[in-house]
Design a binder for this molecule. Structure first.
Ligand code: HEM
Length: 495
């Protein structure tokens, strides 16, 4: 009798185990990735990737595999979005599904899921919300910041004028934007020859280069091989140097209250209710680590991007003098020389506005910024697991022939209708779209419009003597961003 019970118990246990195994099989999800090139062991599809112009490889592959395809970045299986429709469907319509940041080990090493650009989860959500609200309070896209930009334009113009039309390095065009960010962070600006300012600029420059070399990009795909690459340590050293400067500036800012009612980002951060807790790990959010990480994001966002775009604008103006002249004629006719262009003037300077947009479209300073899926995602006919790397190729939207008549050419008419009125294009992705779109977009737009039109009002830009417009090389220099190659310019004051 007893042995019968044991047999029955054993049978029951076995049946239960079999049922459990069968259930686990039936629960296993059948993911379905889109097609893509066949990967090789370990290196994945790296054998066919142009490491500097990855966007061009992706655009080419889309012709064979469609606008949503799989690509193996070394061992990482990623999905790639090419062209206007695919990017809009994923980033705008399916906003949440593609809205996590993808891993960038060379930056993750120091940001460690802090700040906004390189973070995810609660810490991203709360810090981004805080950053946007404080930028709004500080007057981003409004009069307060407009005044600061116009003052800075004056400083930059004086500096340029001091060269009396003699050739000067494009680096001069890098100097204005960082001061706008310093204003937001600490409520101050620096003279351009101030040693701290000079040091800051050179560290940022090295960071943008060190994080964008081909080995740094390979390291991002094989982070375990850290000891074979010099870049990760170089970058950490630069970040240490940068943090020394930032900490000093924070300490100074604590002692000297900012002028007017202009509360700085640093002040607002420190005053933030310290009881705000990140639920995930019970870590306090408004820590020094997060302050430094957020300051770094603002510095990176507010310096490299805007300055690089201004350098593109002036290079393209020298390359296409007839377009420069057209913009100047519009400024002369509508504004004259008595005052610099203002933000409100966008509506009466449609050609200039179109020109600034075209500079951004043509320059594509970011080919893409990696995203990832925060959850399992159904997209088109496919089913992608949570945590999949996503590559939204912004430049492919700008090269999309269905959206721009002559995508390979620099042509401000892309943003004008037949009557010369400005047209807003949906296929405009320099700031990306959706959940992870640039947090500084309205500030950046204002800076670009005011700096570029203000410079064109005051100066005519030409290549140095002996160099013709045809000689100018407008191919990009690819680092972390897509910069112009180094160049020299002559700035002749206009009367
Ligand atoms: C020409 C100027 C600028 C360009 C072209 C630009 C472009 C971008 C792009 C492409 C992204 C990534 C979006 C994505 O992952 O989908 C981004 C993110 C970001 N940008 Fe900008 N940016 C510019 C200026 C600025 C400025 C002035 C600031 C700060 C005041 C800023 C702050 C940020 C931040 C905080 C993020 C991270 C957003 C997030 O991950 O949630 N950017 N930007």
């Amino acid at each position: 009798m007893a042995s019968g019970a044991v047999t029955l118990f054993l049978l029951f246990t076995i049946v239960m185990m079999v049922v459990k195994i069968l259930m686990s099989f039936s629960k296993r999800k059948s993911y379905k990735f889109p097609p893509g090139p066949t990967p090789l062991p370990i290196i994945g599809n790296l054998n066919i990737l142009d490491i500097k112009r990855q966007d061009l490889t992706f655009i080419e592959l889309a012709k064979k595999y469609g606008t949503f395809f799989t690509f193996h970045l070394g061992p990482t299986k990623a999905v790639v979005l090419v062209g206007y429709e695919a990017n809009k469907e994923a980033l705008v319509k399916a906003n949440y599904d593609f809205g996590n940041r993808g891993s960038i080990p060379i930056a993750d090493n120091f940001q460690m899921n802090h700040g906004v650009v390189f973070s995810n989860g609660e810490i991203w959500k709360i810090t981004r919300r805080f950053m946007l609200s404080i930028l709004r309070d500080l007057g981003m896209g409004k009069k307060t910041v407009e005044g600061r930009i116009m003052d800075e334009l004056q400083f930059l113009s004086t500096e340029i004028q001091s060269y009396n039309g003699k050739p000067l390095d494009k680096k001069i065009l890098y100097l204005a934007a960082p001061n706008i960010t310093f204003g937001i962070l600490f409520g101050r600006r620096f003279d351009y020859d101030h040693p701290t300012f000079q040091k800051f600029i050179s560290i940022m420059d090295e960071l943008v280069i060190n994080t964008g070399t081909p080995p740094a990009k390979i390291y991002n795909m094989f982070p375990n091989l850290k000891y074979f690459f010099k870049e990760p340590q170089l970058v950490l050293n630069r970040i240490d140097q940068l943090n020394v400067i930032l900490k000093d500036l924070f300490n100074e800012a604590k002692e000297v209250k900012s002028e007017d009612s202009f509360r700085t980002f640093a002040e607002a951060f420190v005053q933030k209710d310290e009881r705000e807790i990140v639920e995930d790990d019970k870590e306090k959010l408004f820590t020094e680590k997060n302050l430094l990480a957020s300051a770094f994001d603002l510095m990176l966002g507010g310096t490299e991007t805007t300055s690089t775009t201004i350098q593109w604008a002036i290079l393209l103006m020298m390359k296409y003098p007839h377009l420069q002249k057209k913009a100047q004629e519009e400024i002369d006719n509508v504004i004259g020389m008595d005052r610099p262009p203002r933000w409100d003037d966008q509506t009466v300077l449609p050609y200039c506005l179109a020109l600034v947009h075209e500079v951004q479209r043509y320059a594509n300073i970011f080919q893409y910024f990696p995203h990832s899926t925060p959850t399992d995602v159904h997209f088109r006919d496919y089913f992608i697991p949570k945590g999949t790397a996503v590559i939204p190729v912004f430049s492919s939207v700008h090269y999309d022939e269905t959206q721009y008549e002559t995508p390979k050419q620099f042509n401000p008419n892309h943003f004008l209708d037949a009557d010369g009125k400005f047209i807003k294009k949906d296929a405009f992705y320099p700031f990306s779209k959706g959940r992870r779109a640039c947090a500084g977009e309205s500030l950046a737009r204002m800076e670009l419009f005011l700096f570029i039109t203000g410079l064109l009002q005051k100066f005519t830009f030409t290549p140095p003597p002996g160099i013709s417009a045809d000689d100018l090389d407008i191919a990009p220099e690819v680092v972390f961003s897509m910069r112009t190659k180094s160049y020299k310019l002559c700035a002749t004051p206009r009367q």
